[in-house]
Design a protein around this ligand. Structure first.
Ligand SMILES: [Zn+2]
Length: 305
Protein backbone atom coordinates (compact mmCIF):
# COMPACT_ATOMS: atom_id res chain seq x y z
CA UNK A 1 0.00 0.00 0.00
CA UNK A 2 1.23 3.48 -0.85
CA UNK A 3 2.34 5.45 2.20
CA UNK A 4 -0.18 8.09 3.24
CA UNK A 5 0.54 9.53 6.65
CA UNK A 6 0.41 12.53 8.95
CA UNK A 7 3.20 13.66 11.27
CA UNK A 8 2.05 15.84 14.16
CA UNK A 9 4.45 18.72 14.83
CA UNK A 10 2.28 20.64 17.28
CA UNK A 11 -0.96 19.88 19.09
CA UNK A 12 -1.31 22.72 21.61
CA UNK A 13 -3.58 25.75 21.43
CA UNK A 14 -3.12 29.53 21.66
CA UNK A 15 -1.53 30.01 25.09
CA UNK A 16 1.99 28.49 25.26
CA UNK A 17 2.34 25.30 27.26
CA UNK A 18 5.32 23.21 28.36
CA UNK A 19 3.53 20.14 27.09
CA UNK A 20 2.90 21.04 23.46
CA UNK A 21 3.70 23.31 20.54
CA UNK A 22 1.01 25.20 18.63
CA UNK A 23 -0.72 23.56 15.66
CA UNK A 24 1.13 22.07 12.72
CA UNK A 25 0.98 18.79 10.81
CA UNK A 26 2.86 17.42 7.82
CA UNK A 27 0.92 15.14 5.45
CA UNK A 28 2.96 12.88 3.16
CA UNK A 29 1.68 10.98 0.14
CA UNK A 30 3.94 9.47 -2.56
CA UNK A 31 6.41 12.26 -3.38
CA UNK A 32 4.16 15.09 -2.14
CA UNK A 33 3.98 16.85 1.22
CA UNK A 34 1.41 19.30 2.59
CA UNK A 35 1.94 21.32 5.74
CA UNK A 36 -1.32 22.14 7.52
CA UNK A 37 -0.98 25.14 9.82
CA UNK A 38 2.38 26.44 10.91
CA UNK A 39 2.34 27.62 14.52
CA UNK A 40 5.34 29.25 16.15
CA UNK A 41 8.28 26.84 16.40
CA UNK A 42 7.15 24.51 13.60
CA UNK A 43 10.54 24.43 11.91
CA UNK A 44 12.23 23.73 15.26
CA UNK A 45 9.85 20.80 15.75
CA UNK A 46 10.89 19.47 12.33
CA UNK A 47 14.52 19.62 13.45
CA UNK A 48 13.78 18.12 16.87
CA UNK A 49 11.95 15.13 15.41
CA UNK A 50 14.15 14.80 12.27
CA UNK A 51 11.15 15.30 10.02
CA UNK A 52 12.25 15.51 6.38
CA UNK A 53 10.34 18.00 4.27
CA UNK A 54 12.16 18.11 0.96
CA UNK A 55 8.87 17.51 -0.92
CA UNK A 56 6.99 20.27 0.86
CA UNK A 57 5.49 22.52 -1.83
CA UNK A 58 2.05 23.25 -0.33
CA UNK A 59 1.13 25.02 2.91
CA UNK A 60 -2.49 25.17 4.07
CA UNK A 61 -3.43 27.67 6.78
CA UNK A 62 -6.82 27.11 8.40
CA UNK A 63 -7.36 30.61 9.84
CA UNK A 64 -5.62 33.72 11.04
CA UNK A 65 -5.21 33.12 14.74
CA UNK A 66 -1.52 33.39 15.57
CA UNK A 67 -1.10 29.87 16.94
CA UNK A 68 -1.85 28.55 13.44
CA UNK A 69 0.54 30.66 11.33
CA UNK A 70 3.16 32.58 13.36
CA UNK A 71 5.80 30.06 12.30
CA UNK A 72 5.24 30.57 8.58
CA UNK A 73 7.45 33.60 7.95
CA UNK A 74 10.30 31.81 9.76
CA UNK A 75 9.92 28.75 7.57
CA UNK A 76 9.74 30.86 4.39
CA UNK A 77 12.83 32.75 5.52
CA UNK A 78 14.75 29.49 6.06
CA UNK A 79 13.74 28.22 2.61
CA UNK A 80 15.12 31.48 1.18
CA UNK A 81 18.37 31.31 3.15
CA UNK A 82 18.96 27.73 2.00
CA UNK A 83 18.44 28.70 -1.66
CA UNK A 84 15.12 27.07 -2.40
CA UNK A 85 14.21 27.39 -6.08
CA UNK A 86 10.90 25.55 -6.47
CA UNK A 87 7.58 27.35 -5.95
CA UNK A 88 5.85 27.27 -2.57
CA UNK A 89 2.05 27.36 -2.76
CA UNK A 90 0.17 28.92 0.15
CA UNK A 91 -3.58 28.34 0.66
CA UNK A 92 -4.84 30.75 3.30
CA UNK A 93 -7.22 33.61 4.05
CA UNK A 94 -6.44 36.60 1.80
CA UNK A 95 -5.18 38.87 4.59
CA UNK A 96 -2.19 36.61 5.15
CA UNK A 97 -0.81 37.62 1.75
CA UNK A 98 -0.76 41.28 2.84
CA UNK A 99 1.01 40.35 6.07
CA UNK A 100 3.64 38.16 4.37
CA UNK A 101 4.30 40.86 1.74
CA UNK A 102 4.75 43.39 4.53
CA UNK A 103 7.12 41.13 6.48
CA UNK A 104 9.22 40.44 3.38
CA UNK A 105 9.33 44.12 2.39
CA UNK A 106 10.24 45.21 5.92
CA UNK A 107 13.16 42.80 5.99
CA UNK A 108 14.12 43.72 2.38
CA UNK A 109 13.86 40.05 1.40
CA UNK A 110 13.64 39.16 -2.27
CA UNK A 111 12.82 35.47 -2.12
CA UNK A 112 14.93 32.94 -4.02
CA UNK A 113 11.73 31.07 -5.04
CA UNK A 114 8.20 31.95 -6.20
CA UNK A 115 5.66 32.27 -3.39
CA UNK A 116 2.26 31.56 -4.94
CA UNK A 117 -0.79 32.59 -2.95
CA UNK A 118 -4.22 30.95 -3.25
CA UNK A 119 -6.84 32.79 -1.22
CA UNK A 120 -9.49 30.90 0.76
CA UNK A 121 -12.45 33.20 0.39
CA UNK A 122 -15.69 31.39 -0.24
CA UNK A 123 -17.57 29.50 2.42
CA UNK A 124 -18.66 26.49 0.42
CA UNK A 125 -16.82 23.27 -0.18
CA UNK A 126 -14.11 23.72 -2.83
CA UNK A 127 -11.32 21.73 -4.49
CA UNK A 128 -8.16 23.72 -3.87
CA UNK A 129 -5.62 21.21 -5.23
CA UNK A 130 -5.72 18.22 -7.53
CA UNK A 131 -3.20 15.93 -9.21
CA UNK A 132 -3.32 12.40 -10.67
CA UNK A 133 -3.65 10.79 -7.24
CA UNK A 134 -5.04 13.29 -4.74
CA UNK A 135 -7.71 15.94 -4.23
CA UNK A 136 -7.51 18.53 -1.47
CA UNK A 137 -10.78 20.17 -0.51
CA UNK A 138 -11.49 23.10 1.81
CA UNK A 139 -14.76 23.46 3.73
CA UNK A 140 -16.06 25.89 6.36
CA UNK A 141 -15.73 25.44 10.12
CA UNK A 142 -17.44 27.44 12.86
CA UNK A 143 -15.00 29.67 14.73
CA UNK A 144 -14.59 33.29 15.85
CA UNK A 145 -12.84 34.22 12.59
CA UNK A 146 -13.31 32.72 9.07
CA UNK A 147 -11.85 29.22 9.33
CA UNK A 148 -11.52 26.31 6.92
CA UNK A 149 -11.10 22.60 7.41
CA UNK A 150 -9.29 20.44 4.86
CA UNK A 151 -9.97 17.02 3.39
CA UNK A 152 -7.11 15.24 1.61
CA UNK A 153 -8.50 12.38 -0.40
CA UNK A 154 -6.94 9.71 -2.57
CA UNK A 155 -8.58 9.46 -6.00
CA UNK A 156 -10.18 6.15 -6.85
CA UNK A 157 -8.11 4.14 -9.28
CA UNK A 158 -9.33 2.04 -12.23
CA UNK A 159 -10.62 -1.51 -11.77
CA UNK A 160 -7.94 -4.20 -11.42
CA UNK A 161 -7.61 -6.99 -13.96
CA UNK A 162 -7.78 -10.50 -12.55
CA UNK A 163 -4.32 -12.15 -12.58
CA UNK A 164 -5.57 -15.59 -13.57
CA UNK A 165 -7.38 -14.05 -16.58
CA UNK A 166 -4.10 -12.43 -17.75
CA UNK A 167 -2.24 -15.73 -17.31
CA UNK A 168 -4.83 -17.71 -19.24
CA UNK A 169 -5.69 -15.33 -22.11
CA UNK A 170 -2.54 -13.16 -22.37
CA UNK A 171 -4.37 -10.01 -23.60
CA UNK A 172 -2.42 -7.54 -25.78
CA UNK A 173 -1.50 -4.08 -24.45
CA UNK A 174 -4.37 -2.37 -26.33
CA UNK A 175 -6.81 -4.99 -25.01
CA UNK A 176 -5.61 -4.37 -21.44
CA UNK A 177 -6.24 -0.66 -21.80
CA UNK A 178 -9.76 -1.35 -23.16
CA UNK A 179 -10.49 -3.63 -20.18
CA UNK A 180 -9.23 -0.93 -17.79
CA UNK A 181 -11.68 1.45 -19.50
CA UNK A 182 -14.53 -0.93 -18.66
CA UNK A 183 -14.79 -3.01 -21.85
CA UNK A 184 -15.17 -6.80 -21.98
CA UNK A 185 -12.90 -9.31 -23.76
CA UNK A 186 -13.51 -11.66 -26.70
CA UNK A 187 -11.53 -14.91 -26.40
CA UNK A 188 -10.04 -16.73 -29.42
CA UNK A 189 -12.83 -19.32 -29.31
CA UNK A 190 -15.43 -16.50 -29.57
CA UNK A 191 -16.59 -16.37 -25.95
CA UNK A 192 -17.31 -12.85 -24.69
CA UNK A 193 -16.23 -12.17 -21.10
CA UNK A 194 -17.99 -9.26 -19.37
CA UNK A 195 -15.73 -6.67 -17.72
CA UNK A 196 -17.06 -7.52 -14.26
CA UNK A 197 -16.02 -11.16 -14.69
CA UNK A 198 -12.36 -10.37 -15.42
CA UNK A 199 -11.75 -7.38 -13.12
CA UNK A 200 -11.95 -6.57 -9.41
CA UNK A 201 -13.22 -3.45 -7.64
CA UNK A 202 -10.40 -0.93 -7.05
CA UNK A 203 -9.39 -0.26 -3.45
CA UNK A 204 -11.41 2.58 -1.90
CA UNK A 205 -9.62 5.94 -1.83
CA UNK A 206 -8.33 6.80 1.64
CA UNK A 207 -8.88 10.22 3.19
CA UNK A 208 -7.69 12.48 5.99
CA UNK A 209 -9.64 15.41 7.46
CA UNK A 210 -8.34 18.31 9.52
CA UNK A 211 -10.89 20.23 11.61
CA UNK A 212 -9.33 22.93 13.76
CA UNK A 213 -10.43 25.36 15.15
CA UNK A 214 -14.16 24.91 15.47
CA UNK A 215 -17.13 24.78 17.76
CA UNK A 216 -19.15 21.58 17.70
CA UNK A 217 -21.14 21.88 14.48
CA UNK A 218 -22.97 18.85 13.04
CA UNK A 219 -22.91 20.21 9.45
CA UNK A 220 -19.15 19.52 9.36
CA UNK A 221 -19.83 15.78 9.19
CA UNK A 222 -21.32 16.01 5.70
CA UNK A 223 -18.00 17.31 4.31
CA UNK A 224 -15.98 14.43 5.73
CA UNK A 225 -18.35 11.48 5.47
CA UNK A 226 -16.58 8.11 5.81
CA UNK A 227 -13.16 9.66 6.40
CA UNK A 228 -10.41 7.19 7.35
CA UNK A 229 -8.65 9.41 9.87
CA UNK A 230 -10.24 12.54 11.33
CA UNK A 231 -8.20 15.10 13.24
CA UNK A 232 -10.60 17.22 15.27
CA UNK A 233 -9.75 19.79 17.87
CA UNK A 234 -10.55 18.85 21.47
CA UNK A 235 -9.48 21.99 23.30
CA UNK A 236 -11.34 21.37 26.54
CA UNK A 237 -12.69 18.60 28.76
CA UNK A 238 -16.36 18.34 29.77
CA UNK A 239 -15.90 20.56 32.84
CA UNK A 240 -15.01 23.49 30.55
CA UNK A 241 -17.81 22.98 28.03
CA UNK A 242 -19.21 26.48 28.66
CA UNK A 243 -15.78 27.97 27.82
CA UNK A 244 -15.68 25.85 24.66
CA UNK A 245 -19.04 27.25 23.59
CA UNK A 246 -18.11 30.82 24.48
CA UNK A 247 -14.83 30.71 22.50
CA UNK A 248 -16.14 28.55 19.64
CA UNK A 249 -13.97 25.54 20.39
CA UNK A 250 -14.92 21.92 21.04
CA UNK A 251 -14.67 19.53 23.93
CA UNK A 252 -13.18 16.07 23.44
CA UNK A 253 -16.66 14.53 23.67
CA UNK A 254 -17.93 16.92 20.96
CA UNK A 255 -15.01 15.99 18.69
CA UNK A 256 -16.04 12.37 19.19
CA UNK A 257 -19.63 13.20 18.25
CA UNK A 258 -18.43 14.59 14.91
CA UNK A 259 -16.39 11.40 14.36
CA UNK A 260 -19.49 9.32 15.05
CA UNK A 261 -21.81 11.43 12.86
CA UNK A 262 -19.37 11.41 9.94
CA UNK A 263 -18.79 7.65 10.24
CA UNK A 264 -15.04 8.21 10.57
CA UNK A 265 -12.89 5.11 10.99
CA UNK A 266 -10.55 6.70 13.52
CA UNK A 267 -10.35 9.97 15.47
CA UNK A 268 -7.17 11.83 16.41
CA UNK A 269 -7.68 14.63 18.94
CA UNK A 270 -5.46 17.65 19.61
CA UNK A 271 -5.31 21.46 20.05
CA UNK A 272 -5.29 21.00 23.80
CA UNK A 273 -5.76 23.97 26.12
CA UNK A 274 -2.83 24.90 28.35
CA UNK A 275 -5.32 24.57 31.23
CA UNK A 276 -5.06 20.81 30.85
CA UNK A 277 -2.01 18.96 32.08
CA UNK A 278 -3.55 15.54 31.78
CA UNK A 279 -4.60 14.65 28.25
CA UNK A 280 -5.71 11.18 29.35
CA UNK A 281 -8.94 12.65 30.71
CA UNK A 282 -9.69 14.16 27.27
CA UNK A 283 -9.06 10.77 25.68
CA UNK A 284 -11.31 9.05 28.18
CA UNK A 285 -14.17 11.50 27.57
CA UNK A 286 -13.89 11.12 23.79
CA UNK A 287 -13.81 7.31 23.98
CA UNK A 288 -17.14 7.25 25.82
CA UNK A 289 -18.69 8.59 22.59
CA UNK A 290 -16.32 7.17 19.94
CA UNK A 291 -14.17 4.23 20.98
CA UNK A 292 -11.57 4.37 18.19
CA UNK A 293 -10.01 7.63 19.40
CA UNK A 294 -6.30 8.32 19.82
CA UNK A 295 -4.50 11.30 21.26
CA UNK A 296 -1.94 13.42 19.38
CA UNK A 297 1.69 12.85 20.28
CA UNK A 298 4.11 15.40 18.87
CA UNK A 299 6.73 13.88 16.59
CA UNK A 300 4.51 10.84 15.98
CA UNK A 301 3.52 9.70 12.47
CA UNK A 302 0.06 8.19 11.95
CA UNK A 303 -0.75 6.02 8.94
CA UNK A 304 -3.98 6.81 7.10
CA UNK A 305 -5.56 3.40 6.50
ZN1 LIG B 1 -8.45 29.83 16.46
Amino acid sequence: MIDFNVTVLGCGSAVPSKMSNPSSQLISYRNKQFLIDCGEGTQMQMLKYSVRHRNLDHVLISHLHGDHFYGLIGLISTFHLTGRKSALHIYAPRKLQTLLDHQLQTTATKLSFPLLFNALEDFGERNIYEDDYLIVRSFPLKHSTPTWGFLIKEKETKRRIDKSFIKQYKPAVNEISLILDGKGFLTKDGTFLENGAITHDPPQGRSYAYCSDTAYEPFISKFISGVNLLYHEATFDNSLQSKAHEWLHSTAAEAAMIAKQSDAKKLLIGHFSSRHNNYELLLKEAKVVFENTIICQEGETYQIV
